[in-house]
Design a protein around this ligand. Structure first.
Ligand SMILES: [Cu+2]
Length: 66
């Protein structure tokens, strides 16, 4: 199974973490999403389009940085 790590900017607390995870889990093909607040990373499992993940994070109010 494929795994994508995204660097996400703007997350400060558990609410942000949940919002980003929820947004990513809503993307077609994503089977799991886990945010590490300390690393500012989201680890996404599943075969999904990266552009769709970036868009979902953006719509949740956060930014994926490359
Ligand atoms: Cu927050």
């Amino acid at each position: 199974m494929s795994r994508t790590v995204l660097k996400v900017e703007g997350m400060t607390c558990n609410h942000c973490k949940m919002a980003v995870e929820k947004a990513l889990k809503g993307v077609e093909g994503v089977t799991g999403a886990e945010v590490d607040l300390t690393k500012k990373e989201a680890v996404v499992a599943g075969a999904a389009d990266k552009a769709a993940m970036v868009k979902a994070v953006d719509q949740a109010g956060f930014k994926v940085v490359e």
